[in-house]
Design a protein around this ligand. Structure first.
Ligand SMILES: [Zn+2]
Length: 556
């Protein structure tokens, strides 16, 4: 059974934005007065719709490329099907282009992915590398979408205090484009003019339901709760449009899909059914608003997701607290591990190792223990760990337990790859790239893959550089653990760092990483849209191309 003492808590995508009319002044932009109006946080009061092209972004949380494809082919998603028009095969539609090979950043996990999508920058530059992460120089743990911890305080801060916007070190799409922008629910809304969201009490209640997901097992009530989150967001954003005019950029985020997929038995089939019955009608309502305003022909509709989903078994959750967990292994190796709390108490500050969980991946942060050997001593976390004294002993312990089950039998065979790196030389602004432990030593990822081809892990070397190499690359930790995962192995052999769920993500596998990137426009031919995407993104598009694509459409 799972090592996890607490029942199902933790997961990635959280119903972020869920307050409305709650704060009058938030973290908005300098110089822009934030006023409160009904259900929205409003920064400006536009009237006439912008001339020129409009961009409408449907942000589907947790919808993989194949699940959206099944939905589009099902005959039961009339609004999406009508939007794209007749299929001409290979991703080309009458009025749309659906890139077949768009991929996520790593980890293929909610908060990091939306941060990269709505900035165009990789995690080592955004400073937001996961659903949770540790900033070593501040000794501060962030968990806007809690996975290893159970407190939802950062989720609330994400909605009410723009926690993600404050953490981001790169400009958002809304700042870069400098046009009138509205965001519904998405965690990235810094500098958007209007942020529509949900009432906070309802949000907290829904979050609690999610964290105790097991109690709702196999009940349609569960789906209804998450559907309510998605469905109720639409009238709010339509109200904002009616009251304040059409924006140049509208983000319509649906977090309920992901929450439901984590909890639903037969996760992937359940997701397709959700897309047909909940998402498609909601999309239809928004499109109808644009149609009624007479602007649909000049509106570029973009469909994008943060990650896919891979079904897993609840008993294969690698939990946080407990005696047979990754943290227990590090304790057995001689490290004092940080308590799995958002804010440990004053007497719990002497930790030498920190975990942050991302589903298929886990980050391990290590301290230089030379100044904090004795219990009760606080480590100097501004120092990086010593390669031979901290990093490699920990790497070898994970490798050994994975091969032998010693000293924790439960951890045998749970890991796929162990990434780590040498200490950054003094004066270097950016950490070294992650390398892979081959059982004896660290080797560069490309060299490891040459010797051990892994076609199931998409663009691994490039994406691990996106995660680790950049001014905030240290936020992904000193060691990255990749759990065994992927649709290509039996479900009994798949593991994940989290409490127990029916489905998870975060890996470099195709199922987790291949995301929809659909550009549709009623007034355009599909091949023209294909050309446009190709000009911006080339032949290997990723989430990093979304912000440049929107800017290209708007000529900004
Ligand atoms: Zn997500």
């Amino acid at each position: 059974m799972p090592l996890h003492r607490r029942p199902a808590r933790h997961r990635p995508a959280v119903p972020f934005a869920i307050l409305v009319g709650f704060i009058a002044v938030a973290s908005c932009s300098p110089g822009a007065k934030l006023l409160l109006s009904g259900g929205e946080k409003v920064r400006t009061f536009p009237h006439a719709p912008p001339s020129g092209p409009l961009v409408l972004i449907f942000a589907f949380d947790g919808v993989g490329y194949h699940e959206l494809g099944k939905t589009l082919e099902s005959g039961h998603a009339p609004n999406l099907e009508k939007l794209l028009g007749k299929s001409r095969g290979n991703g080309l539609y009458e009025h749309a282009w659906s890139a077949p090979n768009a991929i996520s950043i790593l980890p293929s996990t909610t908060i990091a992915a939306w941060s990269s999508i709505f900035t165009g920058a990789p995690p080592a530059y955004t400073g937001v590398p996961g659903n949770e992460w540790f900033v070593r120089e501040d000794m501060k743990f962030y968990a806007p979408a809690p996975v290893s911890v159970s407190e939802t305080d950062d989720t609330r801060r994400m909605v009410t205090e723009d926690l993600v916007g404050k953490a981001l070190r790169t400009p958002t799409l809304f700042e870069q484009a400098g046009v009138l922008s509205y965001v519904s629910l998405n965690p990235v809304y810094r500098r958007a003019d209007i942020f529509t969201t949900m009432e906070p009490i309802a949000f907290v209640s829904l979050m609690a339901d999610f964290l105790h997901g097991e109690v709702m097992e196999s009940s349609s009530l569960k789906r209804d709760a998450f559907a309510e989150l998605d469905e109720s967001s639409v009238p709010k954003l339509i109200d904002a449009i009616n009251n304040h005019g059409l924006p140049a950029i509208q983000v319509v985020y649906f977090p309920g899909i992901d929450l439901y997929t984590h909890l639903a038995p037969d996760a992937l089939a359940s997701q397709v059914e959700y897309l047909q019955t909940i998402t498609d009608p909601a999309v239809g309502q928004v499109l109808e608003t644009y149609r009624a305003a007479g602007v649909l022909d000049r509106t570029y509709v973009l469909i994008i997701a943060d990650h896919g989903h891979t079904p897993v078994l609840k008993e294969n959750a690698l939990g946080s607290e407990g005696t047979d967990t990754p943290a227990a292994l590090l304790r057995a190796t001689g490290f004092r591990t940080r308590k799995f709390k958002l804010e440990p108490g004053p007497d719990e500050q002497d930790y030498q190792a920190v975990f942050a969980y991302q589903g298929a991946m886990a980050y391990v942060y290590l301290a230089d223990r030379s100044s904090c050997a004795a219990a009760g001593q606080k480590c100097d976390w501004s120092k990086l760990p010593r390669f031979g004294t901290e990093v490699m002993p920990a790497v070898r312990a994970f490798d050994y337990v994975n091969r032998t089950g010693t000293p924790i039998p439960r951890l045998k065979g749970t890991l796929d790859l162990i990434f780590a790196r040498e200490r950054t030389p003094p004066g270097q602004p950016s950490p070294r790239p992650f390398e892979i432990f081959d059982g004896k030593k660290l080797v560069p990822i490309y060299a490891y893959l040459k010797a051990h081809p892994r076609h199931d892990l998409l663009r691994l070397n490039e994406r691990m550089r996106w995660l680790g190499v950049g001014p905030y690359g240290n936020r992904a930790g000193d060691i990255v653990l990749l759990a065994r995962s992927g649709l290509t192995i039996p479900i009994e052999q798949r593991y994940y760092f989290s409490g127990p769920y029916h489905s998870w993500h975060g890996s470099p596998s195709e199922q987790d990483s291949n995301v929809p990137l659909v550009l549709a426009c009623q007034g355009k031919d599909g091949s023209a849209l294909q050309d446009l995407v190709g000009r911006v993104a080339g032949s290997h598009p990723s989430q990093l191309d979304v912000t440049p694509l929107v800017r290209a459409i708007l000529g900004r």
